[in-house]
Design a protein around this ligand. Sequence first.
Ligand code: ASP
Length: 437
Amino acid sequence: MFKELLSAKYLAWHILIALALACIVAFSINAAELSAETEASIGNWIGIFGTLFINALKMIVVPLVFAAIAVGVAGMASQKSFGRIGGKTIALYLLTGIIAIFTGLALVNVIQPGNMQIENAQALVTGIEGADASDMAARVEGRSWWDLVQIIVRAVPPNIFDALTNNTGLLAIIFVAVVFGFFTTKLTGAVRETIDNLWQGMYDVTIAVTLWIIRFAPIGVFALVTVVLIQTGFDAFKPLAWFVVTVLAALIIHFFVWLPLMQVFLARVNPLKYYGKVVKAQLTAFSTASSSATLPVTIESAQEAGVSKRVSSFVLPLGATVNMDGTALYECVAVIFIAQIYSVVYGVDLTIVDQLLVVLLALVTSIGVAGVPAASLVAITLILLVLDLPAEWLAIILAVDRILDMCRTSTNVTSDLTIAAIVARSEGEELPEVRTA
Ligand code: ASP
C-alpha cells in the first residue's frame, strides 16, 4: 500500500505535498530569525537540489524539442495538414494572448494600483535610486525598439550547431527542426526509413529520460520554492500590494475563467479533469518560472491526457516560446502601473493611443521573449523606452517579480496545454479521459 502511494501514479500529489512542505520550511526558517549568513547557507544547500532539477530539465529540452518537432512534422501526412495545424495553433495563440492582455488592461485601469499618494510614489522612486541603479542601467543600456525586429531575424540561425547549443533560442531550434522534419518527407526508400527511425529513436530516448527526470520533481519543486520563499521577505510586498493584487487577479481570471471556458467550448474537455492531468506541468512551471525548462513535463502531461504525439510535439514547443499569456498580461499591467506612478510624480498621463500601443507591444514582445525566468523584464524595459518612460523605474517591481513570475509561467504553460487540447479535438482526437460527457 505504502509502495503504491509512492508510485509515479501519484506524482502530482507528491509535488503538491512538496509545495506545502516548502511553505512550512520557509516559514519556519523566516520565523526563526536566523542570522543572514545562516539563512543564506541553508538556502544555498537546499538550492543545490533545485538547480540539479532545473539543469536536468534544461539538459533534455533541446534534443526533445528538436526530435519532437522533426517527428511531428515528418509524420504529418501532407503539407496541407502541417499548414492547417500550424494555422490553427498560431491563430489560437494570438487569440488567448489578446484576451489575457485585455484582462490585465481592464483590471489595471479599474484597480489603478499606481495611483497612490505622491509621498508613497516618491518613496518608491527614490528607493530605486540606491543599490539597484547601476544594475538597472546595465539592463537598460543599449536596448531599443530595434531589439524586437532582431527576435525575428534570430529565428533563422546562421549556424545549426550553434543554434542547438542555445537553450534560450528555442525559436531557432524550432525553425531548424521544422525544416528538417519537412524535408524528411521528400526522401524515399531506405534513406527515408533511416532518417525517420533516427528522429523517432531520438524522440523515444528523450521522452524516456524526461520521465526519469520528472520523478525527481517533488524534490526539485521543494528546493526551488523553499529558496524563493526564504529570499523574498514579506516586507517587499507591502508598498506593492495593490500591484500584486492586480496581477494575481488578472492571472486568476485568465487561468480559472477564460482558459477553462475555451476548454469547454472549443476543446469540449472537462477543465477539472484536464487540469487534474496537467497539474504536474503547472506546478513545475510554478516552481521553475521557466516555460522552456518545463517543456518536457508539459509534453508528457499532454500526452497523458490523451493529446497525440503529432499535435503535442508541434503545438507545445512552439507554445513554450511564442505563447505567453501570463507574460503578455504582466507586461501590460507592469508598464501601466509604472506609467501611473509617473503620472502621480510628474502629472503626465498615458493617452488611450499609448495604452493601445502597450497592448500591441505586450503581444509582440511576449511572442519574442524566451521562456526563462524574468524574461518579461527585458520586454517591459523595451516598452517603457518606446513610451518615453524612465526604463530604470522597472526596478520598482523587482522585489516581487519572482513570485509573480512563478504565477505567470504557470498561466503560460496552461494556455499552451489548452490550445493543444483544442487543436487535438479539432483534428478528430477523442481524449477519452478528459472529454466532456
Ligand atoms: N518566466 C516566464 C516563462 O518562462 C517568462 C516571463 O514572463 O518572464 O514563461
